[in-house]
Ligand binder design. Structure first.
Ligand SMILES: [Fe+2]
Ligand SMILES: [Fe+2]
Length: 302
């Protein structure tokens, strides 16, 4: 649930201690956790479809609840979720995602939410306003862009980047939305976090976005972020890969993408992933959290 912005004096933070901390969770993609429904479209399986779906649901919930408890154990009160809660924006997927959100709140966590392209996957789901109906209570009342504040006073700007597509997985941010982003961004002061579903960089050592999956108008958004004369962290999901880099053109700007929360990467023996951000007076520290045998916390270097 959106909380009230705090107004704690930044100067009150003890030397060396973070002013704010934030968890980033990306790309839950309910149903991908276990069985792919397209594989269930097999006549032999149809009779068992209900059982499979029920089992799938339970399995997803077991994993998601355990992961959520690990997030809560970090002792950070706020979780930023940058979308792709579902896979095809179906009611059943939203129901699972909603159950997950309720669990986060039951653990005492404040959530900040953006939609992903999979949450507005079809024009039909957008017309039915399925995301807004299921997730309305988690979203900023004014829509996006939306300026929030973390408890210690760090500004957090949410930007709109998603739209339905017939075939591609491209994102979009309009010029007028970028103008609004420019208006909302305070030009001077301490660190600021900006979040969207799509990364603005097409390529980093951690990922490459093809033209079918990138953000239209990304360079204009990057320029708007780069023009701010303060340390800025742009946080995104979508690529399902961890990446933390300093922008080559704008030294104040860093870019973070976090791997998918439930993703099972057998090559690296990873069963889950999230990130945490410590905001200091003049810089950020980013940690990658991965579940191998246990959760590991790794300081990322940009
Ligand atoms: Fe995704
Ligand atoms: Fe996505």
């Amino acid at each position: 649930m959106m909380g009230e912005p705090g107004h704690r004096d930044l100067a009150a933070a003890p030397e060396g201690a973070p002013v704010d901390r934030l968890i980033h969770v990306a790309d839950l993609h309910f149903w991908r956790v276990t069985l792919n429904p397209f594989r269930l479209l097999n006549k032999r399986l149809l009779g068992n479809l209900n059982v499979c779906l029920r089992r799938r649901h339970q399995f997803a919930m077991n994993v998601s609840h355990a992961h959520a408890r690990s997030v809560a154990a970090e002792g950070v009160g706020t979780v930023l979720l940058t979308g792709d809660f579902t896979s095809t924006a179906l009611e059943e997927e939203f129901a699972m995602a909603d159950e997950f959100m309720r669990h986060l709140h039951a653990l005492g966590l404040r959530t900040i939410v953006l939609p992903g392209n999979h949450d507005v996957y079809t024009f039909e789901s957008v017309r039915a306003r399925r995301f807004e109906r299921r997730f309305g209570r988690y979203l900023p009342a004014e829509g996006y862009p939306s300026m929030l504040e973390l408890e210690g006073g760090t500004p957090l700007l949410l930007v709109p980047t998603v739209c339905p597509n017939l075939f591609s997985s491209r994102g979009r941010i309009h010029d007028r939305e970028i103008e609004r982003v420019r208006e909302l961004l305070p030009r001077n002061g301490g660190p600021i976090i900006v979040a969207g579903h799509y990364p603005v960089l097409t390529r980093t050592p951690g990922y490459t976005l093809t033209k079918q999956r990138n953000l239209r108008n990304a360079e204009a958004l990057r320029e708007a972020l780069g023009d701010i004369g303060r340390p800025t962290l742009y946080v995104a999901g979508h690529v399902h890969r961890f990446s933390y880099v300093r922008d080559e053109q704008y030294p104040h700007l860093h870019h973070l993408t976090t791997g998918a929360f439930f993703h099972r990467n057998t090559r690296e023996n990873i069963k889950g992933e999230f990130a945490s951000i410590a905001v200091h007076r003049d810089r950020f520290q980013v940690f990658r959290h991965v579940l191998r045998k246990d959760w590991e916390r790794i300081l990322a270097e940009a």
